[in-house]
Design a binder for this molecule. Structure first.
Ligand code: SF4
Ligand code: SF4
Length: 343
C-alpha cells in the first residue's frame, strides 16, 4: 500500500496523466460529473456522479460502421479504433460492481468488441465512500462500500489518500506513481474502513434484503396485482434507466449521410413506449408492462441468467432522480415484504 497527502492530490493526478488520460468526478451545476483532469481540476466529494461511470465503456451514442456508396459499389468501413489507455479515478463500490454486470452482457458470446476494447484500456481506481447517502443500499446486494473492488482501491481520510493495488493493471499504474507517493503499512486504512462500516450500519435502507427475489421468481411476481399501483404514475421518462449504472439496453439506427449510411447505436429504455416495437407489433402495450419489465429484469431475469447475481447495485440514483419518487426500493418493499398490494 502507498499513500499521499490529500493536499498533494494534484501531483498524483499529474503523475497519472503522464501515461494516461485521467477522469475524475468534478462538481458542477446539477451535481458531480466525470471530467478529464487538467491542472487545477478539483475532485468532488459527492458520493455519486449524476451519470454513472458506465459511460466510459458503454457511451450513450457511438458509431458502429459506415457504408459508402458510389454507383453500384458499396464499401463497408470499420470505424473502430484502438482506445487510448485511461484511468477512471474515484469510482464508488456500487459502480465498480456495475462493470461486472455489464461485462456479463457485453463480454459474453458474442463479444461486443466496442465495449471490450474500452474495458481493456480502462484502469479503475475506486474510492471508498466516507459519507454514504441515505439513498444508498449497496449492502442489499452484498457490496461493501468500505472495501470496493477495482484495479487500485483508495481510502481517503481528512489528510491522506491511501492506494492499494489489487490487479496487475493496478500494480503497473501504482508503480508509475512511486515518485509522488510513499509506502505505508497494509493496515494503514483500517481505521477509515471501520469508520465507514459504522456509518453504513446506520443507513436507513440497511435492513433491505433481496432474499425474496431471484431467478426462480417469475411466476411469483409476474402477475402480481401490485404492478398496477406501482406503475400508475410512471411518466415513462426513462430517467431511471439513463442514470442507472447497470441498464444496458440500446437501439441501432442508420443515419443517411451525403454519400452513404452511418450506423450508430444509442441508449434505449425499456420504459419507452417504442422500446422493442417491431413490424409485427408492440410486445408491451402498457406502461405497467414496461415498468414491470425494468424491475423484473433487475430482480428476476438477470439473476436467472447470471448465477443469481442481481442487476441492481443499490447506488440510489433512481431514488434521487425519478420525478415521481418511484424506485426499485419501493418495488422491492411492495412486492417482497408483503405490503398491501392493492392500495
Ligand atoms: S420510474 Fe420514474 S424515472 Fe423511471 S420512467 Fe417512470 S417516472 Fe421516469
Ligand atoms: S436500479 Fe436504481 S439503485 Fe439499482 S443500480 Fe439502477 S439506478 Fe442504482
Amino acid at each position: 500500500m502507498r499513500k499521499i497527502a490529500k493536499s498533494a492530490l494534484d501531483s498524483l493526478f499529474a503523475a497519472m496523466s503522464e501515461s494516461k488520460k485521467v477522469y475524475l468526478p468534478v462538481d458542477g451545476e446539477g451535481g458531480a460529473r466525470y471530467q478529464l483532469w487538467t491542472e487545477g481540476t478539483v475532485l468532488s466529494e459527492a458520493v455519486n456522479t449524476v451519470r454513472s461511470a458506465k459511460d466510459f465503456f458503454f457511451p450513450q451514442t457511438e458509431n458502429l460502421v459506415e457504408f459508402k456508396m458510389e454507383g453500384k459499389k458499396l464499401d463497408v468501413i470499420d470505424v473502430r479504433r484502438e482506445t487510448e489507455d485511461f484511468v477512471i479515478f474515484g469510482v464508488r463500490a456500487c459502480d465498480v460492481r456495475s462493470f461486472d454486470i455489464l461485462d456479463r452482457v457485453f463480454l459474453g458470446a458474442p463479444v461486443d468488441t466496442y465495449y471490450k476494447n474500452r474495458r481493456e484500456h480502462g484502469v479503475i481506481v475506486s474510492l471508498a465512500c466516507n459519507k454514504p447517502a441515505e439513498t444508498c443500499f449497496c449492502q442489499t446486494f452484498g457490496i461493501d462500500a468500505s472495501a470496493p473492488a477495482g484495479d487500485i482501491v483508495c481510502h481517503m481520510t481528512d489528510d491522506t489518500l491511501f492506494l492499494d493495488a489489487k490487479t496487475e493493471k493496478g500494480e503497473k499504474l501504482l508503480a508509475t506513481l512511486e515518485g509522488v507517493t510513499e509506502p505505508c503499512a497494509d493496515s494503514a486504512a483500517d481505521e477509515q474502513k471501520a469508520l465507514i462500516r459504522s456509518r453504513l450500519d446506520k443507513l436507513p435502507l440497511k435492513g433491505l434484503t433481496a432474499d425474496k427475489f431471484g431467478g426462480d421468481k417469475t411466476k411469483e411476481f409476474f402477475n402480481d396485482p401490485a404492478w398496477a399501483s406501482l406503475s400508475e404514475s410512471c411518466l415513462g421518462c426513462g430517467t431511471c434507466t439513463f442514470v442507472c449504472p447497470t441498464c444496458q439496453c440500446y437501439d441501432i439506427k442508420d443515419f443517411k449521410t451525403a454519400d452513404g449510411v452511418r450506423r450508430f447505436r444509442c441508449w434505449d429504455s425499456c420504459m419507452y413506449s417504442e422500446f422493442t416495437k417491431m413490424s409485427a407489433g408492440q410486445p408491451r402495450l402498457t406502461q405497467k408492462e414496461r415498468f414491470r419489465q425494468r424491475f423484473m429484469h433487475k430482480l428476476v431475469y438477470y439473476p436467472a441468467n447470471n448465477e443469481g447475481i442481481f442487476g441492481c447495485v443499490g447506488c440510489g440514483r433512481c431514488l434521487a432522480k425519478c420525478p415521481i419518487q418511484m424506485n426499485i426500493v419501493k418495488v422491492m418493499k411492495k412486492l417482497g415484504e408483503g405490503g398491501d398490494k392493492n392500495d
